[in-house]
Design a protein around this ligand. Structure first.
Ligand SMILES: C[S@@+](CC[C@H](N)C(=O)[O-])C[C@H]1O[C@@H](n2cnc3c(N)ncnc32)[C@H](O)[C@@H]1O
Length: 242
């Protein structure tokens, strides 16, 4: 089904594809295996979507490392659905919530979830995640996943990315707001994020695990796992998605 709203696109021909995004055209099947089944995207979404092999790998890691009592996962910055779809496909969760503040981006997420056959397995909320997650306060069975905006492409410029200046939400804001709901938090951050800054948020006497997610031999991003995630005996954490 073709989108009927300006700003939502289903590019099936390179000639329609915006020139400034061309590099993503060549990666489209790495990003969405079912791209040709009619995936919807916004122009902005190409910069932030989690490629499917990485989203699947993250979903496996969280599914295996979270304790069995954790039955709800919230994707706080769901975008066009890359991670939420992978969480739903894993079959690990009783409930998967996807929160996205931009209505057009959310329309894409819902449509893409249909393509992947999991639209009924995700509860979608359009709005500000920091407000919506308040509904879950008091529940102790929640894991929160966040792939926040990183603030343009500036994170490529520095050798070490200063997470205190990440825009529009820095690590301090994300950690403090999310930890009011749960201490089991997974954040998807630039691959060159400052690990010393991240380590300061590890709860007293506990570790924060960090995993790099790679495609085509290079790290695309890292996830930091705060809280009770048990990677012992599981798969290698520093795994390649490619
Ligand atoms: C990096 S993208 C997420 C990409 C997503 N993981 C995917 O695979 O499509 C970040 C998203 O967060 C959304 N966003 C930003 N601030 C938000 C907020 N306060 N609440 C909910 N969504 C927000 C943006 O509109 C954007 O779509």
């Amino acid at each position: 089904m073709a989108p009927d709203e300006e700003g939502i696109d289903q590019w099936l021909d390179v000639n329609q594809f915006p020139e400034h995004l061309k590099k993503y055209w060549f990666q489209r099947f790495k990003i969405w295996q079912k791209y040709n089944e009619g995936v919807w995207m916004t122009e902005d979404a190409w910069f932030g979507v989690t490629p499917e092999p990485i989203a699947n790998k993250i979903a496996v890691h969280i599914a295996e490392a979270a304790s069995k009592e954790k039955t709800i996962i919230i994707d706080a910055f769901a975008g066009v659905g890359g991670n939420a779809i992978a969480f739903a496909r894993s079959g690990r969760w009783e409930q998967v919530f996807a929160i996205e503040k931009d209505p057009k981006t959310m329309k894409c997420a819902k449509h893409n979830a249909e393509i992947y056959g999991v639209s009924k397995k995700i509860v979608f909320h359009t709005g500000d995640c920091f407000d919506i997650i308040k509904r879950f306060i008091g529940k102790n069975n929640v894991v929160i996943f966040g792939s926040p905006p990183w603030g343009g492409t500036e994170y490529n410029a520095d050798n070490v990315f200063d997470v205190s200046v990440m825009q529009p939400y820095n690590l301090d804001t994300l950690y403090k707001k999310f930890s009011k709901l749960t201490k089991h938090i997974v954040l998807y951050l630039p691959r060159n994020s400052d690990l010393n800054q991240i380590a300061r948020y590890a709860p007293e006497g506990k570790k924060a695990e960090v995993a790099h997610y790679c495609m085509l031999g290079a790290s695309k991003a890292l996830c930091v796992y705060f809280g009770d995630f048990d990677f012992e005996g599981g798969e290698e954490v520093d795994a390649s998605a490619s």
